[in-house]
Design a protein around this ligand. Structure first.
Ligand SMILES: Nc1ncnc2c1ncn2[C@@H]1O[C@H](COP(=O)(O)OP(=O)(O)OP(=O)(O)O)[C@@H](O)[C@H]1O
Length: 597
């Protein structure tokens, strides 16, 4: 198959080297600016850098994790306050230590503010964060910054005490923050932020705590806010509450949304705009407060169009790249057709039905007893009991509304009101959360698309696998399922392919049991059969049991050794597939549904 990545070690080294190279180039450019710019512009440039760091943080919580936080300058005020306090107390270590302490303190406050985000979404979260900003603003006006009454200026770091030196220092801080964010975004935390923004259920189903994803986003975002505020304290040396008002936080949020601040370059661009717009207004003799109106108008445009400047530019670029990838895939498919690979899709007529599973030896992988789910007056599942033998593929079939998806939801822990007993191997799952079930080895896929489009295939597969996997392992499983190459952006592939990647990623997680809820939906008939052929091999190849929900009985016949038929929430028949499909009750239930039996 054509998708194996070549030279994974080399590409890993390149992945590490290029952001470092960009950061070093940025620092060099910053140095040149620090000696080249006139004094006034140096001051403005420091303001742009501090704003860029605050916007970088906002990009994480709003852009990546999809939450609304309207108190970024409150976190900045916390950072500035800690720096001022440490300055007054002359805490050893100097400005750099104070700045880090300011960032950490703001991070802790960020976690506290993020706690409501575990329950609140959208406008409610916006109100809470704005309320926090307003409350802190009032408090700050009362308590002021340490040392401000006595006029004790914040001491800048040694060697960087001039405005030019301090600008260069702030550029170094920005470069370090940019690098940290870059690596966090590409690591597990970054994937969890993007996943939680797209689907909390999808996130929990791969064993990632939704709470942790949200709180880490808030913490990192606030810490960057704190660092930005600390830097500002060093810039102005006597910070005032008027630099950190809720209105400014709002404007910063709008700027982050409008520019697409989860993209590092766009956060820097946002920082420049933050300074440039009021400066231009001043030069044109327009009151600077009109800057808020301009930011507001740009924000409305971004929110209504559902995109932002950075994403718009990238989309244009990727459109061309995706065109090339699609062409390469077509060529690869044609090649595969000309030179058949090891795992061949079955010719429809020639694939024999799967023989009955051997009598289950030892413990079943999954056993369910008396599972009942009630939605109001409707019993979606009524006393369902079944066993999935280890290393088998069990088909779960039934007419529309029979309760198949409800079964998967209940087993995977998404319906806590379900009654009955579920055992994974020997372990009773009781009221265990979906996250814990996933970590224990019970994985599922969804009928709806829950694959975060903001990730690449590689990042998604690694995120779902939740274990250290090599590039070869990733390439192998993608290859096996006929998925696009690891570097492909998920936003650039169709829903059917995304769901194929979802299956591949969950297989790579090597769970004990994998529940697949109509994995072939969105695929062509040919791809349907190809997937079936591969699923048939999964238990032996990757060592897991599969429960497959599927309407296509051709596929079920070729893949599943045992079948369970649900009808109106009850088990109609269960056992070896030939026996079940010959059962008169099953035939009767299906007669009105399909002629395929
Ligand atoms: N959250 C819910 N609230 C109320 N009723 C629900 C809910 N979820 C499912 N149901 C009902 O439970 C029954 C079983 O639904 P379920 O989605 O499990 O069926 P299914 O066999 O998966 O159907 P399909 O093949 O169409 O996906 C249906 O009557 C459905 O309307």
């Amino acid at each position: 198959m054509p998708h194996a990545d070549s030279g994974p070690a080399r590409s890993r080294a390149l992945r590490l080297a290029w952001p470092l190279g960009v950061a070093v180039a940025g620092v060099v450019a910053g140095y040149l600016l620090s000696v080249g710019l006139s004094g006034y512009f140096v001051f403005l440039a420091v303001s742009a850098v501090t704003a860029a760091i605050a916007i970088l943080g906002l990009g994480i919580v709003t852009g990546s994790a999809g939450m609304i936080a309207l108190c970024q300058l409150t976190f900045a005020a916390v950072g500035a306050w800690v720096v001022s306090l440490f300055n007054v107390l002359e805490v050893p270590g100097g400005f750099v230590v104070w700045l880090i302490a300011g960032g950490l303190a703001a991070g802790v406050v960020g976690i506290l503010v993020g706690l409501p985000a575990l329950r609140l979404r959208g406008v409610n979260l916006a109100v809470v964060t704005l309320g926090f900003a307003a409350a802190f603003d009032v408090t700050l006006l009362q308590i002021q910054f340490p040392g401000s009454k006595d006029g004790i200026p914040v001491l800048r770091p040694e060697g960087f005490s001039t405005d030019r030196g301090y600008f260069f220092f702030s550029i170094i801080v920005l470069a370090v923050c940019g690098l940290v964010v870059f690596w966090l975004q590409r690591g597990r935390w970054g994937s969890s932020w993007k996943a939680v923004a797209f689907s909390e259920r999808g996130t929990a189903s791969v064993g990632q705590s939704v709470q942790q994803a949200k709180l880490t986003a808030f913490a990192v975002s606030a810490a960057l806010g704190g660092i930005s505020g600390g830097l500002l304290a060093g810039q102005v040396q006597l910070p005032f509450a008027s630099s950190f008002t809720p209105l400014q936080s709002l404007a910063l949020y709008v700027l982050a949304v409008m520019s697409g601040a989860y993209l590092i370059d766009m956060a820097i661009f946002g920082g420049i705009l933050w300074v440039l717009v009021p400066e231009l207004l001043k030069r044109w003799g327009v009151p600077q407060d009109w800057g808020f109106v301009i930011f507001g108008a740009l924000g409305v445009q971004a929110l209504t169009s559902g995109t932002n400047l950075g994403q718009g530019i990238r989309n244009l670029w990727w459109k061309r790249a995706d065109g090339r990838t699609a062409a390469a895939r077509e060529t690869a498919k044609a090649d595969a057709a000309a030179h058949p690979a090891a795992v061949e899709p079955p010719a429809e007529a020639s694939v024999p039905p799967v023989p009955a599973a051997p009598a289950a030896s030892g413990e079943p992988a999954l056993s369910v007893t008396g599972l009942t789910v009630q939605f109001g007056a409707l019993k979606a599942l009524d006393d369902v009991s079944l066993e999935v033998p280890a290393g088998s593929v069990m088909g779960l079939i039934g007419p529309n509304g029979a309760g198949k998806s409800t079964f998967v939801d209940a087993i995977s822990g998404f319906l806590p009101h379900a009654s009955g007993t579920v055992r994974l191997g020997g372990t009773a799952l009781g009221r265990m959360s979906p996250t814990k079930r996933a970590r224990l080895g019970l994985r599922r896929t969804f009928q709806q698309d829950r694959v975060p489009p903001a990730l690449t295939v590689d990042a998604y597969v690694r995120f779902v696998a939740r274990r250290r996997v090599t590039a070869d392992e990733v390439a192998e499983v993608l290859d096996f399922f006929g998925c696009p190459p690891a570097r492909t952006r998920l936003a650039g592939v169709d829903v059917g392919t995304r769901r194929l990647v979802e299956v591949a990623a969950n297989v790579l997680a090597k769970p004990r049991v994998l529940l697949l809820d109509e994995p072939a939906a969105g695929l062509s008939h040919e791809e349907h059969l190809e997937l079936g052929a591969r699923l048939r091999e999964v238990p032996a190849r990757y060592g897991m049991a599969i429960v497959l929900i599927e309407h296509d009985l051709d596929l079920v016949r070729t893949v599943c050794s045992t079948l369970t038929v649900l009808d109106f929430g009850r088990v109609l028949a269960s056992g070896p597939q030939d026996e079940v499909l010959a059962d008169p009750a099953v035939i009767k239930a299906y007669m009105g549904e399909t002629e395929m039996l």
